[in-house]
Design a binder for this molecule. Sequence first.
Ligand code: BGC
Length: 391
Amino acid sequence: MKLMNISLFSGAIFAFLIIYLGSKENTVNYKVQNEKSVMGIERSSYGVTENDEKVEVFKLYNLKGIQVSIITYGGRITAVETPDKNGNKENVILGFKNLEQYEKPNPYFGALVGRYGNRIAKGKFTLNNIEYQLAKNNGENSLHGGLVGFDKVVWKVAEIEENETSVVLKLSYLSKDMEEGFPGNLKTTVTYTLNYDNSLDVLYEATTDKTTIVNLTQHSYFNLSGDFSQTILDHVVEINADKFVPVDNTLIPTGNLASVDDTPFDFRAPTLVGKHINSKNEQVTLGGGYDHCWVLNNQGKGYRSVAKAYHPASGRTMEVLTDQPGVQFYTGNFLDGTLPTPNGGVFGKRSGFCFETQHYPDAPNQPQFPSTVLEPGEKYETKTTFKFSVN
Ligand code: BGC
């Protein structure tokens, strides 16, 4: 009996030691991995543009979660690989297989958009009594910075940083005075930071030496299913906005802000994208689906959670946080099956959606909208986060 007790006792001590040491070892391993290998950034060559400029690709990774690929051409996100609820990693960003394809006309796949994201009516605006005329590259209007916007230039690599809990890629671009018709030398940087919690921060900063306008955004198209042959109509979306910006038939704001109450624009509760997308509502018809700017709530509160998308079948979820007043929710209505996917298919209508955080369209001509004017001595600084998880 005594012997039994002793052996039970020593057995218990042995088991305790194994569990204790084992857990210690796990902790140590975990830390070592965290510091040395879980987060990282890889740099390689991506190709040469038609103008003979070298383009690089950066792979920011968090081996526990997501991997983000970014090229210096247009600062474009070419892929975000994220796990589904079973741990299968797939790319959820619409993109192409090589630089040549990115240089061909395409609707801003993965791109940084500037100097002015979204439309400016007739491509015209006035600052300090001087009228400026931009290229009309969208019918009568100017769209996304003109003919050669920030999406079509090669950005410089300003900084690369690896920390214990994040990896950072800072890109810079100097847009010269009167480039694409915009006044002022605009020194711009965009910093992508991939964090340990599977969030990707995009920090935009700019200064000017003449009064100008700025409205930068990120134009990635997402399909959280990871299957680009599918539409995004089965995604569930939430947008924290009581109002949206109604548009005319050229997608220029009418000037009023409309309530989302009892309209297909009410995404305050999680709603299937496909639920009302083919409704006869006049605004939905004008956009050919959703292609509108939502007036985000809590504008006085700065950086906050504003939108979410969830794909029930895969469990993938993306949350958007921003300090901006608006988000353009665009459901890829103009994708028409002519652009190739990397694996031999084509991008069909509504095979991706964008959450473009920004000021309202045509703000330079609509004084009642929050201003997009940047003065010398001021700093334009805005942050948006795309946070990925599984539910
Ligand atoms: C606009 C769409 C446009 C797309 C690609 C979006 O930001 O709202 O109307 O087709 O960009 O250019």
